[in-house]
Design a protein around this ligand. Sequence first.
Ligand code: UT7
Length: 324
Amino acid sequence: MYSQIAGTGAHLPEKIVTNGDLERMMDTTDAWIRDRTGIERRHIAADHETTVDLAEPAARRAIEAAGVRPEDIDCIVFATSTPDYVFPNCGVLLQQRLGCRPGGPAFSVEAACSGFLYALAVADKFVRTSDSSCALVVGAETFSRITDWSDRSTAILFADGAGAVVLRPAERPGILSTHLHADGSYKDMLYCPGGVSRDTPAFASEERRKAITMTGNEVFKVAVTSLGKVVDEALAASRLDRSAIDWLVPHQANIRIIQATARKLDLPMERVIVTVQDHGNTSAASVPLALDAGVRDGRIKRGDLLLLEAFGGGVTWGAALVRY
Ligand code: UT7
């Protein structure tokens, strides 16, 4: 038994913030942001919009594209680092919103920007072991809520959005393999303080900031190395040559990181789905947003071999080889 991506969906908040808007807010330039990151604009949630608000339309689109109904969904795995509540988790909230049949598992996964790959790997196992016949996998974030808008080194990068896929059992291999990794020794390189358990006077000085804190150039180096290794690992697991890949669907953190991974795979940029210019870094939403963009504009076709990859705080990283 295999699992297969039966449908994809995405949703972005209406408000767009351009590099020009940021030039007026902080000491930065459109030229620097484009040159160092590839980002031109990003979507930012309205004050009343939450992560689950963004996830709901993305999930509905994925469900419709898969040709199923909300009541067919029997498992929800929701990747986010910016949940609506401490609990219930976003998966449970989404189950109720969509009108899914109650009873199946619904839970969230937190692995920062690698979250969607972690969620996909978990849902794949549910479907392959017959625990689920229709799993919804979501990556959704409101990173603007944990962004320090006075910090030009991070405020230009992060943004909001949601993407989703529906996984169904299949006779032919769909998700060929998933590869997840973490290395906590890099925990201080990219993190967001403000955790519930540390919200006490004892941690007051370090937790006060409650915003993304990153040593960007260090993250850059570890990301390029880790992603280079994990794409090789994914190909080796299926004994496939890099020439077999039809599309690289990477995490959209920085065009230079994406180009480095494409070079490593000897893949021309025409075979890479790039949305970073329009979306910025939407963390766990970035891979499913890019996947949906490639599917809906007709570039990604049924039967294509896709390599999904991501790297995020923790640090965490991963890849998935997928026959779409
Ligand atoms: O998704 C999770 C994983 N996250 C990532 O993968 C992010 C990885 N890191 C990056 O994408 C890049 O490191 C950044 C885009 C964050 C930064 O680019 P960089 O080329 O590594 O720049 P840098 O941090 O080494 O800074 C270079 C210069 C510094 O000035 P000095 O010290 O050379 O005078 C910064 O102060 O650029 C300056 N700088 C800026 N200048 C204009 C930093 N941010 C800005 C800015 N506008 N927004």
